[in-house]
Design a protein. Structure first.
Length: 254
């Protein structure tokens, strides 16, 4: 009887997690990793190469949206820091990501107020950010934060940067489905000045994703010969994040 009850509880927990709304549409999304280290592209030309790659992928039939994403949600990666508002360091870390202009379109995460990133968020322009609803509740009492500013806690000898909030988006999960919605801030990828050999993209398509990947690989290598291209499904990230619940449910039934 104990085993039966345990199996039912684990099975219900798994079912409940599998039906949690993460704040974005999970099907039809590819996480694409591009590594230029085997390519002959000079490091000084990487930014131009990345721009060309994104433009070429955007033109591929079946691709609805493509955007840079420093961190793919649910992938197990993360970036968090403390912030300062009105000169006061706030309690609790904020999760961050660096994204391209069409990221929220690709993820189908609604914009609640303000604007998404665009051409105005270019190198040398005012540092900007978009925050989610939990960020607004935690640090602005739930008020519309558009127009407000915050800083990241700076390291010793570093000059703090003031980020102006230009948009508010719906809450989404960051690391896994078990977590509560938490504050998230997004920075524009165009403001990144340190260009490494890797580019990570989120691609939404209405095609069968397995039939799309050969075309995407060929498209990337037209702009960056010999580049290494890897793929993950958003649905796979979510499945892998529930591996503990699946294992416990399976062991309880065995």
């Amino acid at each position: 009887m104990v085993l039966i009850v345990g199996a039912l509880l684990f099975g219900r927990s798994l079912r409940n997690l599998a039906t949690v709304d993460p704040g974005f549409r999970t099907d039809g999304i590819l996480a694409v990793g591009i590594d230029l280290r085997r390519s002959a592209i000079d490091p000084a030309a990487r930014m131009q190469a990345y721009t060309q790659i994104v433009e070429r992928i955007r033109a591929v039939p079946g691709v609805m949206h493509v955007a840079e994403a420093f961190i793919a949600p649910m992938s197990g990666s993360g970036w968090n820091q403390n912030i300062v508002i009105d000169g006061q360091q706030r309690d609790g870390n904020v999760n961050f990501n660096r994204i391209g202009p069409d990221y929220f379109k690709a993820m189908e995460t609604p914009l609640v107020a303000g604007r998404a990133f665009g051409p105005e968020d270019r190198p040398g322009s005012t540092p900007t950010a978009i925050v989610n609803e939990s960020f607004a509740r935690a640090h602005f009492g739930g008020a519309n934060p558009v127009g407000r500013t915050f800083q990241l806690v700076a390291g010793m000898g570093e000059a703090p940067t003031h980020y102006q909030i230009v948009g508010l988006v719906r809450d989404t999960k960051y690391g896994d489905l078990r977590e509560e919605f938490s504050p998230i801030g997004y920075f524009p990828a165009a403001h990144e000045t340190r260009v490494g050999p890797g580019l990570d993209l989120i691609v939404r398509s209405d095609m069968t994703l397995s039939s799309l990947t050969p075309t995407l690989t060929r498209t990337v290598r037209e702009a960056a010969p010999n580049a290494t291209v890897s793929y993950d499904l958003m649905s796979t990230y979510i499945r892998d994040s529930l591996v503990t619940e699946r294992l416990m449910a399976s062991l309880s039934l065995s």
